[in-house]
Design a protein around this ligand. Structure first.
Ligand SMILES: [Zn+2]
Length: 472
């Protein structure tokens, strides 16, 4: 997952109930018993099988990291085409242009007062330092607000360091709150004269592992090199800065390829009655390069591909089309906009969309589009969840994720599966994001719930659009 997504905390019941009032009493269809039975069977097959787990093992081992716009991502796309075809889906690819960012050398050390290597990693999109690095005095801000409060020229010639902590939370809300530190911090420091920017990793671990992630340079601000420090290294700088001046040497040598291409892989099961009505489920195929992209977002790929595999094996396709989308270049912020642009004429045909990009821990709660609150669909789906150790949320899905954000803006309803994210940000975007962190049973629980949802949505005429009763 990329970051902006978690600003959208739940509105709470007041808003949900008010919104739901508009949809209540609509003539939403009953869900046929046969469809409910099929959905339950798909869940059981997901729990009993390990297809998704093996998919993830193969992806992280035989492809490995999948940095957007590079040869590795292209290899992943080729691999995914084969896997989805083997699963029984009709597969094609869609490519789009992007600027790829390729990590180089990344080293840093405290020069004064106590020589000490620092563990850091460059932010995606960062410019390079001079080849031999740059050396300057550090100015440490314990909060991001303190950096923003610094006047112009306060950081002339200095390395700005922000050491604010990210908060651990089950729903990942700490990440959304801390996200501007990484995304906007480099330009804010540059506006105040800084020559480089370092920040405490957006991570909840205490290991000497740095968490990468994309930055967004602001127009009109100088572009300065930027990197994330491992948590203990940020602590060390805080302590030393409290005692006196600290000098840091930092070397970052990333490069860019402005003529790169990213690839999205699409697998479909054409609807047997309404092929033009699409249930879209997706995850992103690209990953950061430090680990092998197991929790972010190989697990998501494995979940939605696994749903496709299960539904493809049914005696007949659902009435609507099921579309599994493995998006390219999410981490560098291209995926959602590229897909929505290429499919602008399809927005009205996508009856509901969902994305999984929050690791492989169990789903504890599902947020549905407001239009189906208290309808037969919600009852049928809600009844399938407790045996899978999950519940229907009382508040609606307000935000589906970055891959489908632009589709949602175009009017596509979204579903949101809330996974336990308490330890997600211990390894997110680090070298520790590897296959061994994923539990097969927990991954299967995700597949079970996504499969049930997808079958119920695709084999019925349920209208997920909020405006279905109020439109012209
Ligand atoms: Zn992700």
């Amino acid at each position: 997952m990329r970051g902006k997504d978690l600003f959208f905390a739940s509105l709470g019941c007041a808003a949900w109930c008010a919104l739901a009032g508009g949809a209540a009493g609509q003539a939403q269809p009953e869900i046929p018993a046969k469809t409910i039975e099929t959905a339950a069977q798909l869940s059981q097959r997901a729990l009993a099988g390990d297809w998704s787990y093996r998919f993830l093992e193969s992806l992280t081992s035989e492809v490995g990291q999948r940095l957007a716009g590079t040869e590795a991502e292209a290899r992943a796309a080729k691999w995914a085409v084969g896997k989805l075809r083997d699963a029984g889906l009709d597969v094609h690819t869609e490519s789009f242009p992007m600027t790829a960012w390729i990590r180089g050398v990344e080293t840093a050390e405290i020069v004064k007062p106590v020589p000490q290597r620092l563990v850091l990693t460059a932010l995606g999109g960062s410019v390079a330092t001079p080849p031999g690095g740059l050396e300057a005095e550090a100015v440490v801000f314990r909060t991001y607000s303190a950096l923003l409060a610094a006047p112009p020229h306060a950081l002339d010639g200095k390395i700005a360091v922000v050491t604010e902590h990210m908060v651990r939370a089950q729903d990942g809300a700490g990440y959304g709150a801390a996200n501007p530190i990484r995304r906007a911090g480099p330009s804010e420091a540059a506006r105040r004269g800084a020559v480089a920017y370092l920040h405490r990793s957006l991570g909840t671990d205490s290991h000497r592992l740095a968490h990468t992630g994309a930055l967004n340079y602001a127009d009109g601000a100088p572009r300065i090199p930027a990197a994330a420090l491992a948590n203990p290294d940020a602590d060390q700088l805080e302590r030393l800065a409290a005692l006196g001046p600290v000098t840091i040497h930092v070397t970052l040598t990333p490069t860019e390829n402005p003529n790169a291409q990213s690839i999205t892989v699409v697998g479909e099961l054409k609807g047997r009655e309404k092929p033009d009505e699409i249930v879209l489920i997706g995850a992103h195929l690209d990953s950061w390069d430090l680990g092998t992209g197991a929790i972010d977002d190989g697990a998501g790929d494995a979940i939605v591909a696994g749903v496709g595999h299960l539904i493809a094996a049914l005696p007949q396709h659902p009435r609507r089309t099921v579309r599994v989308v493995l998006f390219g270049a999410e981490e560098m912020d291209y995926s959602g906009a590229a897909y929505a642009k290429a499919h602008a004429d399809e927005a009205s045909k996508i009856v509901v969309a969902g994305e999984t990009d929050f690791g492989a821990r169990p789903i504890y709660e599902v947020k549905l589009p407001v239009a189906v609150a208290k309808t037969p669909f919600a009852h049928a789906f809600g009844d399938l969840l407790p045996p899978l150790h999950a519940l229907l949320a009382r508040d609606p899905a307000l935000h589906g994720g970055s891959d489908i954000a632009e589709l949602q803006q175009a009017g596509v309803p979204v579903v949101s599966m809330q996974q336990n994210g308490l330890d997600y940000f211990d390894i997110h975007h680090t070298a520790d994001d590897t296959f061994d962190k994923v539990d097969a049973g927990e991954l299967a629980q995700n597949v079970a719930i996504w499969a049930a949802f997808t079958e119920l949505a695709a084999d019925t005429d349920v209208d997920f659009r909020q405006t279905h009763n109020t439109g012209p």
